[in-house]
Design a protein around this ligand. Sequence first.
Ligand code: SF4
Length: 299
Amino acid sequence: MAYLFESFAGWKAYSLEKKMALPEVVMEYEQHQRNRTREEIIEGLAKALAVMKDAVRTGLEEDMTSRSGMINNGAKKVYRYPTPVLSKEFQQLISRALAAKEVNSCMGRVVAAPTAGASGIMPGILFTLQDIHKIDDEKIIEAMLLAAGIGLIIEQKASIAGAVGGCQAETGTAAAMGAGAIVYCLGGNTDQILNAVAITIQCMLGLVCDPVAGLVEVPCVVRNASAAAIAFSSAQIGLADVSSVIPVDEVIEAMGEIGASMETRYKETALGGLAATKTGQAISKKVLIRDIEVLPDEQ
Ligand code: SF4
């Protein structure tokens, strides 16, 4: 049944034909492809959820200063700031996404969902959703299965790697996975879920991968926060039955086409965009010199 995860249309058709919810199809696929039991799959997802929760907590409670110094406890500052720009929940969403990603930038334990560079997006979304709507872990685990199906198709049809398709492929995919999960948890139907996925990618098309000094810190950490916000905005639109107009499979094809035509300097090479700015170059030089100085001591 691998063909199912080559397109959203195939996934939807199979789910309709077999009268199975979208996450159930992913469960069947996982059992079939990986030769694992339902219990083992659920246990694995529960473990991943626990790691995500811990990453958010760590990022909000412990010192998060990266070796380069570019990441310096931003999540905590946002979390504690007295004035929410929109609402307390929005402030929490942003700080949780930042927190989990900061843990990754500081070499802590995260879940690559779908990649380490985008590891703050799903935790930020899931725990904020859970908090606001009192959703139990069981439902969240179903939503994670659904999100896995979304990531799988995007990987097949385009890419989930910044080095292949730019940041749209990495943070864009995570945001699309999150948007689908939100709509699913709030009772949305298949079309609403797929519209939310399509709208999310539409909002993130063209985003380049340009990490300063080649470190997954700037702009990666703040992009995790904005991607989480886009996921909620797209879920709100999709849930209200607003169409993406361009069907989701075509949107992903557009993402693949944009990724393929992107110049290599925008694909994690740290040769373009923010990495190529005057400040970006100066930081890069400093990081390199520090690494060279550290080398003799380490030998
Ligand atoms: S800028 Fe590149 S390295 Fe950073 S999150 Fe985006 S894709 Fe990943």
